[in-house]
Design a protein around this ligand. Structure first.
Ligand SMILES: [Zn+2]
Length: 519
């Protein structure tokens, strides 16, 4: 069963048109002005000064060991963890995927406000949650700087960053630093159940702030004992222990990357009691300190949006490793290796899908086949990767685009189109008329309505929404000529007028009938 990427996934984010134009006009300027006016939030909620000095001199009563609780992705279930931690007055760092904020299963803007108000730190985790090491330099900069600019527009002076999937390199570290973050966290490097030979703690200050080490990801395989032992091992050496959490679960349904809330509660109470032994709990920003702690946060440099381009890898020939950490954003497992480069496997609802690269192609050597072997609801479709323009298609609001692909299908199909809002969120937009089942290669062409205001990126795919198989190849994408666009706009207007006319006529008929009945 597959989840995500459907009509209901990342639903509409209305009222962003003005904001999007503001973004295009100069994100950097907006961020700067916000930094000047927004009240202290997130990292500045608790001054770091109280921590840095005692730690460095190692004085008897000062904290010798610092534990940092970090939460990745901004999953909605983390709010329950935040409430537990707040009860024990333990601050945490939440690394947020800006493009997921407000989407089902993720935190909302009001959740972010609550987290910051409780003294937690809001950090960046890119816009689209893609492996930075698999992206072009331009796209990586858009992902990293973009996340920081968007957080600034929401009122958060983000200084701490975490790499999606823990994937970093000297190049990505330079990008993160260049975007104004003061630290970046990975997923491994310290002693944990999965790495008994690793060092126990990170340094304070850390020797490589753009490659912070952690004791692995705390998941369902960790026991309370594992958590406590990791902390006590760190205490024996002193230093910094960042811990990484993802999902938090309550009932019987607990995924692999989840910890039980009850266990987290017990651990938090235990951890809070360690303070009398000199073990402090601080956010990443508080431990790193520096100018960020004093409120002098570096601005985010302006990064140009992606230049217009056609479909990347249009004939699905290249299957180089995808950048997607997860198409559904629900796990950190990499996208399957046989997904064409720049494409992702989408779909939603309850159905079982098999994906295959096939040499039964329209052009070139390869095509992609998807087969729904059992169907209850939703659909499945191949889509250009949801990103900031490396693979997805840069578009201009108000323009129509003509989509085309060749397909073979045992059932009817149709295009589903998605657009991207200014905060990087992908929203279901609209669907084309149906294309009939076809045992031979057939071309599906469709001119979209004008792209809505506020949209700057487009992704689309031919969807299968019943049992059967659909093979696609040779995709194309072009601006619809202006006269055709005008005609489409006229049709849309005409259809609206007809609908309005019919409604008026129906009301008149009802009124006449009502009068006749009274008479
Ligand atoms: Zn993540």
């Amino acid at each position: 069963m597959r989840h995500g990427l459907g009509s209901r996934w990342w639903p509409g984010n209305r009222g962003n048109g003005v904001l999007a134009r503001g973004l295009a006009a100069g994100l950097a300027a907006v961020s700067l002005s916000l930094l000047g006016t927004v009240p202290a939030l997130g990292v500045t909620a608790t001054p770091a000064g109280d921590l840095a000095v005692p730690l460095q001199d190692g004085g008897g009563h000062a904290a010798r060991t610092v534990v940092t609780l970090t939460f990745d992705d901004g999953d909605a279930d983390q709010m329950a963890a935040a409430r537990v931690l707040h009860r024990y007055r333990l601050p945490a760092t939440f690394y947020i995927i800006t493009g997921a904020v407000g989407a089902p299963g993720y935190v909302t803007l009001s959740d972010l406000r609550q987290l910051a108000a409780d003294g937690n730190e809001i950090g960046g985790h890119t816009v689209s949650h893609l492996r930075l090491t698999a992206l072009s330099t331009d796209e990586a900069r858009r992902q990293v700087c973009g996340s920081r600019s968007i957080l600034a527009r929401w009122g958060y002076r983000a200084v701490s960053f975490a790499y999606p999937g823990g994937a970093d390199s000297p190049q990505t570290e330079a990008i993160v630093r260049g975007c104004g973050y003061t630290s970046a966290r990975g997923l491994v490097g310290l002693r944990a159940p999965g790495c008994p030979g690793c060092v126990r703690t990170e340094g304070i200050p850390p020797p490589h702030p753009m490659a912070l080490r952690t004791a692995g990801e705390v998941d369902s395989s960790w026991s309370l004992h594992d958590l406590e032992r990791t902390v006590t091992a760190a205490e024996q050496q002193g230093g910094w222990l960042p811990l990484v959490f993802h999902h938090v679960c309550g009932g019987s349904h607990c995924g692999g990357l989840a910890v039980r809330l009850a266990m987290l509660d017990t651990f938090a109470r235990w951890l809070a009691s360690r303070q009398r032994l000199g073990t402090a709990v601080r956010t990443v920003g508080q431990v790193i300190g520096g100018p960020a702690a004093r409120g002098a946060v570096r601005p985010t440099p302006h990064v140009a949006p992606a230049a217009p381009h056609g479909i990347v890898n249009p004939s699905l020939e290249s299957d180089a490793a995808s950048g997607a950490v997860s198409a559904s954003l629900e796990t950190t497992s990499a996208a399957p290796a046989d997904t064409p480069r720049c494409w992702m496997e989408g779909g939603y609802g309850r159905n079982t899908v098999r994906w295959q690269r096939t040499t039964d192609s329209h052009a070139g050597r390869w095509a992609q086949r998807l087969t729904i072997t059992s169907y209850h609801s939703g659909d499945a479709k191949l889509l250009p990767q949801f990103d900031l323009g490396q693979c997805s298609l840069p578009v201009r609001a108000g323009r129509s685009y003509t989509l085309s692909a060749w397909y073979q299908s045992t059932a009817r199909t149709q295009y589903s189109a998605y657009y991207r809002t200014w905060s990087g969120r992908w929203v279901y937009w609209t669907s084309s008329p149906y294309f009939a089942a076809s045992p031979h290669w057939s071309q599906a062409r469709w001119a979209t309505p004008p792209v809505p205001a506020g949209a700057s990126g487009l992704s689309f795919g031919l969807a299968l929404f019943s049992k059967g198989s659909l093979t696609t190849d040779s995709y194309r994408f072009a601006v619809t000529p202006p006269d055709v666009t005008r005609r489409i706009a006229d049709w849309v207007l005409l259809a609206a007028l007809c609908a309005a006319g019919l409604a008026v006529a129906a009301r008149a008929v009802r009124r006449r009938r009502a009068r006749a009945n009274q008479g």
